[in-house]
Design a protein around this ligand. Structure first.
Ligand SMILES: *Cc1c(COP(=O)(O)O)cnc(C)c1O
Length: 402
């Protein structure tokens, strides 16, 4: 039997009905170049050796897994474990794919990296990778986001990146994508466009998954070594879906392991109040690929809300849409309130301040644990929460003593 990962996506970048590359003509040759280069370079022994070296000596991999004894006890039931991507350099999983993309750029002879960013997390990770390789870096960011996320803008600049403010339309992520793609075309000979999740046109959903796969491989091995067994339940938050694909892909061949993606339910299940794309989306096209999309009554991508800006996207990686359709992964949600409760609980009870994105997965575990006594739940703690503390404390206070 050919394994799921080896056979998916197909050669056109489709995961079942979802994915592909539906591009404006000027971009077609550049994505073809990336696809062919990735296919060849990523399998070369030199590339693999370089990536292993970087992961170990720059990123600090392998990241550990931790048993959350106190939270397991207070939740009652299953034992909860976390994969510590908060301890990956720069404090989140995003550097895993940014270092891979930058290394690919180097092998392709490119001298510059380019991307859009929403809250700035992808921009910071990519600027870090560019600095490491001595490459130029250009990040497009909406003016509204620049105002909201000042510390990340400072980080990108300190790391040597140029931040291009985007002042048209809603002045946010969607416009930043349009602006970055436009600026990319005339520079594509020297520049690699680096997408920040398992989204976008083929080959990015596959390539970003491959670079995040290490999270699942390490987790499976470490969990076995720590407990002598595999976890019963594996879960991760889903925005575009890269941290979830990384973790899940380590367990696809383990039939006894149940996989759960946790989407942000925001303040309510009304359109506009959440970003739970798989729970409420319809088939559609967004940013050059086919997937599930949250649509407004005109069929356009709908406005979304969640307390975690990294999960704020009206689409989702095409592979998640596929895994949902074939029933290989279960998708559920946690709302803003549950996320905050989990944020405070993990901080007070375990000494780990989680990113608000990751706190959605923690909320899921706290809710599920009582239903599964004697079982184990492994979560991806995709990032640390330093970036969120000012916002949370100003808006919601310092939390109740444990
Ligand atoms: C960006 C981000 C996410 C969401 O991205 P995915 O591609 O869905 O993983 C989750 N957690 C953290 C800490 C992030 O920075």
């Amino acid at each position: 039997m050919v394994s799921y990962l080896k056979s998916t996506p197909d050669s056109n970048g489709f995961f079942g009905d979802y994915g592909g590359a539906d591009l404006p003509p000027p971009l077609i040759p550049h994505f073809k170049e990336i696809r062919e280069a990735y296919g060849k370079i990523s399998k070369s022994a030199d590339f693999i050796a370089d990536l292993r070296y970087i992961r170990k000596h720059f990123q600090g991999r392998p990241t550990p897994i931790s048993h959350l004894k106190n939270l397991s006890e207070s939740s009652g039931g299953a034992q909860i474990y976390v994969k510590r991507e908060d301890l990956n350099h720069t404090g989140a999983h995003k550097l895993n794919h940014c270092m891979g993309e930058a290394l690919l750029a180097k092998y392709m002879g490119k001298t510059k990296l380019m991307a859009e960013t929403g809250a700035g997390q992808h921009g910071v990770a990519l600027a870090t990778a560019a600095a490491y390789f001595g490459m130029e870096c250009e990040i497009h960011m909406g003016e509204i986001d620049i105002e909201k996320e000042a510390p990340n803008v400072t980080r990108m600049k300190l790391l040597g990146a140029t931040v291009v403010p985007v002042g048209f339309g809603g002045r946010s992520l969607k416009e930043a994508v349009d602006s970055a793609f436009q600026a990319y075309v005339p520079q594509a000979d020297t520049t690699l466009f680096a997408i920040g999740s398992v989204v976008g046109p083929h080959p990015f959903p596959m390539m970003v998954r491959d670079f995040q796969h290490i999270v699942g491989v390490e987790s499976r091995e470490q969990f076995l070594e720590m407990t002598g067994d595999l976890p019963d339940i594996v879960a991760a938050c889903v925005g575009g879906g890269s941290n979830a694909m990384g973790l899940f892909s380590g367990f696809f061949e383990d039939d006894g392991v149940e996989l759960y993606g946790v989407e942000p339910m925001g303040t309510s299940s009304n359109l506009g109040d959440h970003a739970a794309t798989i729970s409420f989306g319809e088939d559609g096209d967004i940013h050059g690929f086919r997937t599930l999309v949250l649509k407004d009554d005109k069929g356009e991508p709908a406005p979304v809300h969640t307390i975690a800006s990294g999960l704020d996207y009206p689409g989702v990686g095409p592979e998640h849409a596929h895994l949902h359709k074939i029933g290989k992964v279960n998708y559920t949600s946690a709302n803003d309130k549950e996320c905050l409760d989990a944020f405070y609980a993990l901080s007070r009870q375990e000494g780990i301040i989680p990113a608000l994105e990751s706190a959605h997965a923690v909320a899921f575990a706290m809710r599920e644990a009582p239903k599964h006594p004697g079982k184990s739940i492994l979560l991806n703690l995709s990032g640390r929460g330093d970036k969120d503390i000012d916002y949370v404390v100003e808006k919601f206070g310092i939390g109740e003593p444990a």
